[in-house]
Design a protein around this ligand. Structure first.
Ligand code: PLP
Length: 407
């Protein structure tokens, strides 16, 4: 496959800097991706040439900013394979998106004793909002484990459905194990039983093409800062049928038509769910980032990352003192690991940092999965389409050094 990785790297100014006098090896993409020049320039232009508040103004700049902002709704729809852009709610990221579903939809439609099915490998953003419902409204959380290699059997999710199940909430790609979830099978099976499905696409949408018209989910949340866009940007797809069941969970300007002493007339969806001044420039930056990724081709990004994942899988698993968590077939380029008898994940990450290698260490906001794996913390190297096989080699060298120093 032709993938000119050095040309792509030159789009990202930060990738040519050094850290601790070493070339930066940025392997913390699961936490946040780096930004290409086009996004940085778009942010600069939005603030220096085109800035005003959106939606409420009649003047030139407000109209311009509104156009730029609203265009992003269509870009997100295209990126996610959604025909009707009114099914896209713009927001600050996945955390806000899932909380909106919990407060705006679930709280409005569920009764005490109703159940939500979750996989054990969810990120806290797709757990804690449901815990709020458990604590405050008596909603029951049902957990489905992954198997020994970290695979999630779609049938196991469907088998957990009972007459009280009101939602399945599942990740598209695990931020710890790299497991890709067969969300389409889950959605097909759940639809037969009338159970809506929410997909946390924070990682999935970054690493593979997403076509919601094919997947058939009810909710799909993305977060901009992992998609080469600014932090504080994001979106959630909400199927029309679910949107009409949803009530706004944040009230304020923009989501209303009229407000009187004793009454409110609300705006139409999706604006009904976008109260207050939004992240205007962040959202404009998100649009540019998604256009950039689509211009590279999400299928090509996925194919290149598969090459990187296969190479990293081979190299890391060859280190017999390294315990890689997650061996699901066709896993994404995310590798979490601990070392036999060696120091804490924080020590490993600190040694790697001295070599200019950025990885994450800790629980990765996945407490239930860490309990399931029986570990307190791990290191995580997460790759993007601008990483190289040489950077895998640099990671392996850094890990050898860490193993020498810590064991
Ligand atoms: N879900 C997954 C799988 C993630 O990896 C993350 C971020 O790490 C989130 C949700 C939360 O995203 P954000 O904090 O941008 O809302």
């Amino acid at each position: 496959m032709v993938w000119d990785v050095s040309k792509i790297r030159s789009d990202f100014p930060i990738l040519s800097r050094t850290v601790n006098d070493q070339p930066l090896v940025y392997l913390d993409n699961g936490a946040s991706s780096q930004k290409p020049r086009v996004v940085i320039d778009a942010i600069e232009k939005a603030y220096s040439q085109e800035y005003a508040n959106v939606h409420r103004g009649l003047h030139f700049l407000s109209n311009l900013a509104t156009d730029k902002y609203e265009t992003v709704r269509g870009i997100v729809a295209k990126f996610l394979g959604v025909a009707d852009e009114d099914e896209i709610i713009l927001n600050s990221g996945t955390t806000e998106g899932i909380n909106m579903v919990a407060y705006g939809w679930a709280m409005n439609t569920m009764q005490p004793g109703d159940e939500i099915v979750l996989s054990i490998m969810e990120h806290h953003a797709n757990i804690v909002p449901w815990h709020f419902l458990r604590e405050r409204y008596g909603i029951v959380l049902k957990w489905v484990d992954v198997d020994i290699v970290g695979n999630l059997d779609p049938q196991a999710m469907l088998d957990a459905i009972t007459p009280r199940t009101r939602l399945i909430a599942v990740t598209h790609l695990s931020n710890v194990l790299g497991t890709k979830v067969d969300v389409k099978s889950i959605c097909q099976g759940a639809a037969l039983k009338g159970v809506p499905v929410l997909i946390d696409g924070s990682q999935g949408a970054v690493h593979m093409p997403v076509d919601i018209s094919d997947i058939g989910c009810d909710f799909y949340a993305i977060t901009g800062h992992k998609l080469c866009g600014p932090s504080g940007s994001g979106a959630i797809y909400v199927k029309k049928e679910r949107m009409v069941e949803m009530r706004p969970f944040i009230g304020g300007g923009d989501m209303i038509r009229e407000v009187h002493r004793d009454s409110v007339i609300y705006n139409n969806p999706p604006h009904l769910f976008e109260a207050g001044t939004p992240g205007i420039v962040q959202t404009i930056g998100l649009g540019v980032a998604l256009d950039y990724m689509m211009s590279l081709g999400m299928d090509k990004i996925a194919a290149y990352e598969t090459e990187i994942a296969e190479y990293a899988d081979e190299e890391l698993n060859a280190l017999n003192w390294l315990n890689v968590q997650g061996h699901a077939p066709d896993k994404g380029a995310i590798f979490s690991f601990t070392m036999d008898g060696a120091g804490h994940a924080h020590d490993i990450s600190t040694i790697l940092d001295k070599k200019g290698i950025a990885v994450r260490a800790g629980q990765h906001c996945a407490g239930p999965l860490m309990d399931h794996l029986g570990i307190n913390a791990s290191c995580r190297a997460s790759f993007a389409f601008y990483n190289t096989k040489q950077e895998v080699d640099a990671l392996v060298d850094g890990l050898r050094l860490a193993n020498d120093l810590l064991s």
